[in-house]
Design a protein around this ligand. Structure first.
Ligand code: ATP
Length: 270
């Protein structure tokens, strides 16, 4: 149903402090999304329009959804999330209808942040063999573009989207007045991984033998989501061993377990 396709949160509980390793991206999102929501009169006074839409792009699990939630929280805005894959519907006109509903709901609940995850599902290049010829997907994208074109940039609705496949996007959605502010959210670097592990262990009962920076050094190639999973898994090892403190060995075992799981995934995929 339509209601299930959208996730609506009056004010999400994610804050900027929960997001590690992407301070520059936080700064850019605040400028492009939070400032126009909080100080529209400043844009009015200067006489410029804020960016119409903000596109976050980068690998999975790096904090794109968190960023969108945190900015909605900070601006006291309703957060309305829709997955691009949900917009790709079987019946003619259904996707376009959902897009209209999305913008109508935002207008009802403003200030609001609309967040379309996996935007590539509705906005892939026409030449892409998987989607070309899919007139229904095209129709949905046209509806989205027309909603954005008819949009007041100085109003109290901001539009964000995310993708892991930036190269697949149709350039039509990147034109001025549409998703005209691009923010790349990369995999965390060494320092970022330490910060993210600190965040995800901050409420854990961690034993004195655990040096978070030391643990993080072993996590090259881990995304933020991978690090969150590692922390949870380490806690699970402590619980299995009937302890209330999480030790260094728990993190080591967690790392091995996640590596094995990944190796199995690779086998299945290949
Ligand atoms: P996808 O492209 O797969 O939708 P995403 O970039 O939107 O991924 P999120 O949904 O924001 O990723 O992150 C998933 C989870 O991973 C978060 O709920 C959080 O626990 C953890 N996480 C990811 N990135 C970070 C980060 N930079 N700092 C702290 N935690 C993070």
């Amino acid at each position: 149903s339509r209601a299930q396709a959208m996730e609506v949160t009056a004010s999400p509980d994610v804050t900027y402090a929960d997001i590690g390793g992407i301070d520059e991206q936080i700064r850019e999102v605040r400028e492009a999304v939070e400032d126009p929501l909080e100080n529209p009169e400043q844009f009015e006074a200067v006489g410029v329009d804020p960016p119409s839409g903000v596109l976050l792009h980068g690998p999975p699990g790096t904090g794109k959804t968190m960023l969108a939630k945190a900015v909605a929280n900070e601006a006291d805005a309703t957060f309305i999330k829709m997955a691009g894959s949900e917009l790709v519907r079987k019946f003619i006109g259904e996707g376009a209808r959902l897009v209209r509903d999305l913008f109508e709901l935002a207008a009802d609940r403003e200030p609001a942040v609309i967040f379309i995850d996996e935007i590539d599902a509705v906005a892939a290049k026409r030449t892409d063999s998987k989607t070309s010829g899919d007139a229904e997907v095209q129709r949905t994208m046209m509806q989205l573009l027309s909603e954005m074109d008819g949009f007041d940039e100085r109003g109290e609705i901001r539009i964000m989207a995310a993708t892991n496949r930036f190269d697949m996007l149709d350039e039509a959605i990147l034109r001025p007045g549409r998703f005209d502010r691009l923010i790349e959210v990369p995999e965390p670097d060494a320092e970022g991984r330490v910060r993210i592990l600190e965040i995800h262990t901050s409420e854990m009962n961690v034993a004195d033998d655990v040096d978070v920076a030391d643990v993080a050094r072993e996590l090259e190639g881990y995304s933020g989501a991978d690090i969150a999973a590692l922390a949870t898994e380490a806690g699970m090892f402590a619980i299995r061993d009937d302890r209330t403190e999480v030790h260094r060995v728990d993190f080591e075992q967690a790392r091995e377990k996640l590596q094995d799981a990944e190796a199995t995934d690779d086998l299945v995929l290949n």
